[in-house]
Design a protein around this ligand. Structure first.
Ligand code: PNS
Length: 163
């Protein structure tokens, strides 16, 4: 069985991520979208919230499951017997992604990284853009699924009231 993991922060999942998920799911028997539990970052959403949002928006794709992990991505990939999927939006992504893929192969040569180029309509999109536009009261419906947009606005509202 050909397995892949698609690791990331997904804070929150965007339409660009979903495009990569749908396309990768067609290429592999099983795709695990893996949310990194990174204690160094202060995310908008907790890991559990991000996992739940991903499960909701990936529900209709039968061979996709959602998980979270801590530690090195290559270790998690090896445990799953999977290759790593990453999306490339632009040349500016490439330098960092290449460095990460090469570092990962240095650590564990058996784990490969497969790059998918993001569809052009989503090339500008990132989770941080979504958070920023929403924080300033902008419309994010084009950037994320409606379910996620509603969660982002609700979370920002909660934060505004210091909860
Ligand atoms: O969505 P992101 O934030 O671009 O995802 C980055 C991620 C999670 C794939 C990357 O930071 C990562 O793999 N972190 C885990 C730690 C690790 O394995 N680092 C070694 C690669 S240099």
């Amino acid at each position: 069985m050909a397995c892949a993991i698609y690791p990331g922060s997904f804070d929150p999942v965007t339409r660009g991520h979903l495009d990569i998920i749908r396309r990768a799911a067609k290429m592999f028997d099983e795709l695990t979208v893996a949310v990194l539990n990174n204690s160094e970052k202060t995310p908008l959403f907790s890991v559990d919230e991000r996992v739940n949002m991903l499960r909701e928006v990936c529900e209709e794709i039968p061979n996709v499951k959602v998980d979270s992990f801590s530690g090195l991505t290559v270790d998690y990939a090896q445990q799953q017997g999977a290759v790593i999927i990453r999306g490339l939006r632009a040349i500016t992504d490439f330098e960092y992604e290449l460095q990460m893929a090469q570092t990962n192969r240095k650590i564990l040569p058996s784990v490969d990284t497969v790059f998918l180029t993001t569809s052009l309509e989503y090339a500008y999109l990132s989770s941080s853009i979504v958070r920023e536009v929403a924080a300033y009261g902008g419309d994010i419906q084009e950037f994320v699924p409606a379910y996620v947009a509603q969660k982002v606005y609700a979370k920002l509202e909660t934060k505004k009231h210091g909860q």
